[in-house]
Design a protein around this ligand. Structure first.
Ligand code: ADP
Ligand code: MG
Length: 697
């Protein structure tokens, strides 16, 4: 049955259309002003909005409401209350006040607080974010909120995000005013997050403890076929996957999420979903919903969606391309290159601000995408490297070079692409060719931050981008506001900034070893693991950045640092324990059983024919026995490393022990197990193989 898409799109969202229709004119005006400018909402307005929201939600089948928030666990949290309010002894009415809309109370003690818990009360508050639309899902009205402690410290990812959006708007507006723009009231950053994921059959998944407990395979020899034929990438969708994607799209459209493109990705059973971009806080909320629905809808189809960055060793991992841009509330994109970027001063200045921000805060960029799962991608010989660099494309790079060298830029003739087929029109070739290996690439009117992990909440990468660029704008505005000759000052500022930060631009192969060496020569950071990266988090310059722009205070920064290290240790700990269990109870016994069978066969053969050739049996028994005893020793080493790490009281030392000692021990154990898999009979091997997992959907 095909549904009427335009009719269902956003039908469960309390969006602008619904607000306009259902709110008194004055209230609607006041609310949209709050949304557009980020100003605090009036209490009387909240009451009216709450009542309208409730009536609308009840019509949509809702009986409950929830303040929906994003604690530092990386996923979302919700606590449902019903609208029911007793009247007398046997009657109820459905009620929802402005107070209930604006503020909720929640026990914060079970959410990670990184030390905040010890210092402060366990109580936490949720506060309505009017700039994200409320929606009805599963009979509940969802109200997007920020989550903070009793004393007002942000316990979530959303609060600093909203503050960072304010920061870049405030500083960016100073620049716009200098360019004579008196109209713009607010600058918004926009984000479109392309989401990669893997699909696996539920029956196979259920047989893998590693997938169940950790979201990735901890053992597994390569399948005979991998992604070398590239026959999967953009290939036709399989029937089951296609049905799944259609269901997923529909569920998302109902919630007003603009899921736009879907296709197969590089690895077998890997796919991608791209929504149309929107204001950053909405994009973050929606990305979280996309991830939630990817998992939920998969279940209905007997499938499981894996959002882990590296479910399978040896094949492509999953990322999230965070497309990011800045535009005015009137829709003017500050970093749209246009036809003649060399003559567009505001564009060049904005570009300079971003280049400077990324160079100055390479460490924060790297930290914002760091977590245990993403370490298997970044720097581990696949896209993109752990070194932060920027790709701007040939034309822009030539313009920047010309500015740095003080030469006039002679425009690149935008090449005409003629495909030589009469029915295909010629089109202007992109002046920015695509560089797939770049962690941060300019694509005409936006930057694509490609280091983000597929499982991550995209709030932090955007907090860092917004705040770092706000700082560039601030420094620029300080200089320009004080300048006598504006034009000369802007020209000098652009030239100086490009000159100083030229080193962060790179258009070569980001996977190559030469780049590692070259990056080192240029003095760029190469933070190989999450733990290496986290150590830079509260460097004085980073603390100063967050403080100066009111994005996070010191308590909030320290709590996040602690959670980084804690989370990392917890994830690797679960992986190590899972490996220990699988090796001890499933794999080593299975290999022993197979060896015993081969030995029995050999004995039986020799009993009837003492001179028979049993070299096959001998060889199998010898190889497997050797590998299995090595695996057993490695297992013991892993147990010791895990026990030692788990005992460490200091969060940083503990994370270091997991990173530098437990992970290598895990890799060693895996290498012996993976070597046994191809020489153990299928019927004895206790796990579905990589082939079963990747080619059975
Ligand atoms: P590309 O071909 O460069 O990948 P697409 O048009 O496919 O570009 O867009 C990729 C993603 O970038 C989509 O999610 C899209 O909505 C998003 N995007 C496009 N323009 C912007 C913008 N101005 N700000 C943020 N994201 C954007
Ligand atoms: Mg892309």
């Amino acid at each position: 049955m095909t549904k009427n898409i335009p009719e269902i799109f956003g039908c469960m969202v309390f969006n602008d259309d619904v607000m306009r229709e259902r709110l008194p004119k004055e209230v609607y005006k006041s609310l949209t002003k709050t949304i557009a400018t980020g100003k605090t909402i009036d209490a009387s307005v909240a009451d009216v909005v709450a009542a309208a929201m409730k009536d609308w939600a009840i019509e949509k089948g809702a009986t409950h409401y929830t303040h929906w928030f994003q604690p530092l666990t990386g996923v979302t949290a919700e606590k449902h209350d019903s609208f029911i309010s007793p009247v007398g002894s046997c009657k109820v009415v459905m009620e929802f006040s402005g107070k209930e809309l604006i503020k909720g109370e929640s026990d914060a003690s079970s959410f990670p607080s990184g030390g905040l818990r010890a210092t402060f009360e366990a109580r936490g508050y949720t506060a309505w974010d009017p700039a994200s639309y409320a929606f009805v899902k599963d009979g509940t009205l969802y109200i997007p909120t920020a989550f903070c402690s009793y004393t007002g410290e942000a316990l979530d990812t959303k609060t600093p995000l909203l503050r960072s959006m304010d920061a870049i708007s405030t500083q960016g507006l100073r620049i716009l005013r200098l360019f004579g723009d008196t109209v713009t009231q607010r600058l918004n950053t926009t984000v479109g997050a392309e989401q990669e994921y893997f699909i696996v059959d539920k029956k196979m998944y259920d047989k893998r403890k590693d997938l169940i407990y950790t979201g990735r395979t901890l053992f597994g020899a390569p399948a005979p076929k991998g992604q070398e034929l590239e026959d999967h990438y953009f290939g036709p969708l399989k029937t089951r996957i296609s049905a799944y994607m259609q269901d997923l799209d529909e569920a998302l459209w109902i919630l007003g999420i603009n899921s736009k493109t879907k296709h197969n990705e590089a690895a077998p059973a890997q796919h991608e979903l791209a929504p149309i971009f929107e204001t950053t806080n909405m994009a973050v909320d929606h990305n979280l919903l996309i991830m939630e629905y990817m998992k939920k809808i998969a279940e209905k189809h007997g499938l499981v969606c894996l959002l882990h960055e590296k479910p399978y060793a040896g094949v492509n991992g999953s990322g999230k391309h965070n497309n990011w841009s800045i535009s005015t509330d009137t829709g003017k994109n500050l970093i749209k290159a246009g036809k003649t970027p060399a003559d567009n001063v505001l564009f060049l200045l904005s570009l300079a601000a971003i280049i400077k921000a990324v160079d100055d805060y390479q460490d924060l960029m790297r930290i914002s995408v760091s977590h245990a799962g993403n370490d298997h991608r970044l720097g581990a010989n696949e896209a993109p490297p752990a070194i932060v660099s920027i790709f701007v494309g040939e034309e822009l790079e030539q313009i920047i070079d010309a500015i740095v060298d003080g030469k006039t830029y002679v425009g690149a003739k935008a090449g005409i692409m003629d495909l030589g087929i009469p029915t295909v029109p010629t089109f202007r070739k992109d002046t920015t060719d695509r560089n797939r290996t770049s962690p941060f690439a300019f694509t005409g009117n936006k930057f694509e931050f490609r280091m983000v992990g597929s499982s991550q909440n995209i709030a932090m990468p955007n907090i860092v981008l917004n705040t770092a660029v706000a700082e560039s704008f601030k420094q620029f505005a300080d200089v320009l506001e004080a300048a006598d000759d504006f034009d000369a000052a802007v020209a000098k500022l652009i030239k100086d900034t490009f000159t100083e930060h030229r080193r962060i631009l790179f258009d070569g192969n980001g996977y190559s070893e030469e780049w590692e060496k070259e990056a080192e020569r240029r003095g760029l950071l190469n933070l190989k693991t999450s733990v290496d990266a986290y150590k830079q988090f509260n460097a004085p310059k980073n603390v100063k950045l967050f403080l100066d722009h009111g994005v996070m205070n010191e308590v909030e920064i320290n709590s996040r640092e602690e959670i980084y290290f804690e989370n990392y240790a917890k994830i690797v700990n679960i992986e190590a324990l899972t490996m220990i269990e699988m090796a001890s109870r499933d794999i080593i016994p299975a290999v022993n059983a197979y060896v015993a069978e081969v030995a029995d066969t050999m004995g039986a053969k020799l009993a009837v024919l003492p001179d028979i050739n049993v070299s096959v049996e001998k060889d199998i028994i010898t190889k497997l026995s050797e590998l299995n005893s090595k695996a057993y020793v490695a297992l013991d080493e892993l147990k010791k490393a895990e026990a030692k790490a788990a005992k460490l009281a200091d969060a940083v030392k503990r994370a270091e022990a997991y990173c530098y000692e437990v992970i290598p021990a895990m890799e060693k154990l895996r290498s012996y197990v993976d070597a046994m898999e191809p020489i153990t009979a299928s019927e004895y091997w206790p796990l579905p193989t990589y082939g079963d997992l990747m080619f059975n959907v």
